[in-house]
Design a binder for this molecule. Structure first.
Ligand code: BG6
Length: 478
């Protein structure tokens, strides 16, 4: 159990969906696991008292936490308090008096447009400093909707808060496979000497979803797949694969190396040859007929929002000269399938035939596994080869699964900044996608049927490579 019994965890925006669906279930589970001791102060303009707030939270937990029981609830609910207020300096001053002089974490569970205003008002009310402890501010993606707005947001946050007080949540960095990418690559000697363009032909990072909008039209229609998934989540996975190994394990060293490789990504001049967008039309997903994006409720029938995006990144540094990185993600695709797949070059001379390609695959969905595609002799009288898969599930059966939010909330309390992107990483990622956003502000995305592999155009990105790996087709022995 962390000993932060006196460190309130304030959620500004306590009656919103994020608090209800994700934050409270994560905090409840951490409490169950003996990892959470901090009082939670819900803050919002609702005219609630502690009990009404507790009822609201309890209702969500019953829905989202399978192991919820009344007995566990009474212990947990005692941690919950409510403070009514607006995002103003005077209301936050009252909150500051409740919080006192000690440590506190303040989580902005608010629409992104309010981050700057809230952060400034909190600072003006003195919530950004504590004579007897720390103050931390947590914000959730999206961090801006393009480079200029990300810079404006950074300035607004930095007016009252130091960078090392700010924790930016990109929940992918709380996923086990994301964390394992670093651990696996930086602890296995045999990988160290092959982690470069001399040995790696390409890298494919895929995050495919069967889900559609799930009622998030208001946000998604203005975001699209590039902003929603590639600029942040997939770009972060890219940095973990592509960065140079840091000299020491510290947040600053890690962020320096991640930023450096983002800076090395060549600016897009010719967007058409390096980026592909698509939008789903009606089709069948898992046996169910589903509507096209433009037919979804509330969506403009002429919408050009992309529901699929793919990028080819070229990295101009010594390590990756000549190795492309392909990133793609989309909604209403054939499968829930996600992986980081490293394609190795073939041996310089094939003594036993050609086409012996090795892959190292970090699969995230449908299961978390680490797979290596290798070649071995087929038993028998001839020197014939066959493909074998060395596969290990990431987790043993009895091992506990922590959600990304559980991992990250705990990291905030512990002051571990490694899994939170620094402002310069965020801005470099916007610098990379900005020209694509500009190019895509005109014209229409290619269409693809819901339930398919995505738009045909994605194959052109792979002109020099063997093509995308098929969604849902895990590697098999031959
Ligand atoms: C979110 C996106 O950040 O990540 C969603 O806004 C997406 O559109 C989600 O579905 C995917 O993450 P996960 O962890 O739910 O698979």
């Amino acid at each position: 159990m962390n000993n932060l019994a006196n460190c309130p965890f304030v959620i500004v925006g306590a009656s919103g969906d994020l608090t209800y669906r994700l934050l409270m279930p994560a905090i409840f589970r951490l409490r169950e696991l003996g990892q959470w001791n901090s009082p939670v102060i819900g803050y919002s303009p609702d005219k609630w008292d502690d009990n009404q707030f507790r009822e609201h939270v309890g209702e969500g937990l019953r829905q989202f936490v399978p192991e919820f029981t009344a007995q566990r609830w009474s212990d947990f609910s005692a941690l919950l308090h409510f403070h009514q207020g607006e995002l103003t300096r005077s209301d936050f001053s009252t909150l500051q008096r409740t919080v006192g002089d000690g440590s506190a974490v303040i989580y902005l569970a608010l629409p992104p447009a309010l981050f700057g205003t809230a952060a400034q008002a909190l600072a003006e009310a003195g919530l950004n400093r504590a004579p007897d402890g720390f103050r931390r501010l947590v914000v959730e993606k999206p961090f801006g909707h393009d480079l200029a707005s990300a810079q404006t947001l950074r300035q607004a946050l930095h007016e009252g808060w130091q960078e090392d007080q700010i924790y930016r949540i990109d929940h992918f960095l709380g996923k086990e496979t994301a964390q394992n990418l670093l651990v696996f690559r930086l602890t296995n000697r045999f990988l160290a000497s092959m982690w470069d363009a001399e040995h790696i032909r390409s890298v494919q990072i895929t995050y495919a979803e069967t889900l559609g909008l799930e009622g998030r039209w208001r946000y998604y229609e203005h975001a699209g797949a590039l902003r929603d998934m590639l600029q942040n989540h997939l770009m972060q996975l890219f940095t973990l694969v592509a960065m140079d190994p840091p000299g020491t394990w510290s947040a600053d060293s890690l962020h320096n190396h991640k930023t450096e490789v983002l800076r090395a990504v060549r600016p897009f001049k010719d967007v058409d040859h390096n980026a592909v967008r698509g939008q789903y039309v009606g089709g069948t997903v898992a046996g169910k007929t589903v509507a096209g994006y433009r037919e979804e409720p509330h969506i403009d029938p002429g919408s050009t929002t992309e529901t699929f995006a793919a990028l080819k990144l070229t990295v101009d540094n010594w390590r990756w000269q000549g190795t492309p990185f392909y990133l793609r993600s989309g909604k209403r695709l054939a499968e829930d399938y996600a992986e980081v797949a490293i394609e190795l070059k073939e041996v310089p001379r094939g003594l036993f035939g050609e086409g012996h390609k090795n892959w190292l695959v970090f699969r995230m969905k449908p299961d978390e596994t680490i797979d290596m595609v290798v070649w071995a002799k087929e038993p028998g009288l001839a020197l014939k080869t066959r493909r074998r898969i060395l596969s290990t599930p990431y987790r043993r059966e009895h091992e506990m699964e922590y959600s990304a939010y559980e991992q990250l909330l705990l990291a905030v309390l512990q002051g571990d900044r490694t899994p939170f992107p620094r402002y310069d990483e965020v801005e470099e990622a916007w610098r990379i996608v900005d020209p694509v956003l500009k190019a895509w502000s005109q014209g229409d995305p290619e269409t693809y049927p819901a339930g398919s592999q995505g738009p045909h155009g994605q194959t052109h990105l792979m002109a020099l490579h063997g093509g995308w790996r098929r969604l849902g087709e895990t590697d098999q022995d031959s």
